[in-house]
Design a protein around this ligand. Sequence first.
Ligand SMILES: [Fe+2]
Length: 336
Amino acid sequence: MELYEACLKTARDLARINAGEQVLVLADTAIDWEMIKLLSSAARILGAQSSIMIYETRDDVNIEPPKPVAEAMKSSDVVISLPLMYILHTTAYNDALKAGARILELTGTTPDMMVRLIGRTDYPVMCKLGDRLTELTKKAREVLIKSENGTNIKFENDANRPVFHNDGILNEKGIYKPLGGQISWAPIEDSIEGVIVADTFIWPPSEIGVLRSPVRITIREGRITKIEGGVEARIFESWLRNLNDEKMYYLAHASWGFHPKAKLSGIPLEDERIYACVEFGFGSQSLKFRGKIGKAKSHTDLGIFNPEVYFDGVPITHAGRFVHEDLLEYDRKIKG
Ligand SMILES: [Fe+2]
């Protein structure tokens, strides 16, 4: 019943489902069927009318879902979106948001993740840390990120671009929010210079996931110019090349992970939330970021383990902990 409790917490505290609402629990065939049913039952217990839609798992992310799915998304008040091959940057997703649906993005969630990352998590404490980290990120103009494996990248932030705290709490119409424990923003593209060494995960392509050896990515003016490393670097390079889309080489967002219970699992929703870690996305960029890239053929994310991050020369993280004075209180509550 712990899984049911976690599903009920998701429906009530995150999706904020109300009596009388039309709820769609959406998944592809990669998602656990029992968990899908429990999420739907939770919506029903809260007085909503709940439907389930499942479609065949696609080969890649961001492929438009089948037409009946797109129609159902548009006519729902709430969508709990679980497909492993997420559809975040599709027309169907954007049309549902424009129609007023609020979407809880839980791509690839397994029953274990549902219990650990939602059910057993002190969600309010995590979100308070996230609120403070969002404020610091909004104020930061120059960002420097280094890591033991060789990451050394700097960029500037635009004060007029938003910083999103993805707390997963759907408190208004027409928005999507992913699971809590993440903050995302789009740095000024031309200012991004240096080397990113991905050493936790790269996904997609689906052939990679958890990295066995680091992948070294050189960036000039926001664009990937070189990819070095072992087998995974070659797979990543050819996946990007085969998409045949110049926009896939551009850095679309930077993100913080700060979920107390996230571990390296091979599911990006969890991997990108590892505590005091940084993630970068390339390719499609949601319009809400107000960046310069827009829609590309796909989107990929990759992570850096235990980076040292400096905002305007001031240390924010060190060795997997948040060390800035504004964050110490909640870092200690979370990590002891
Ligand atoms: Fe991303």
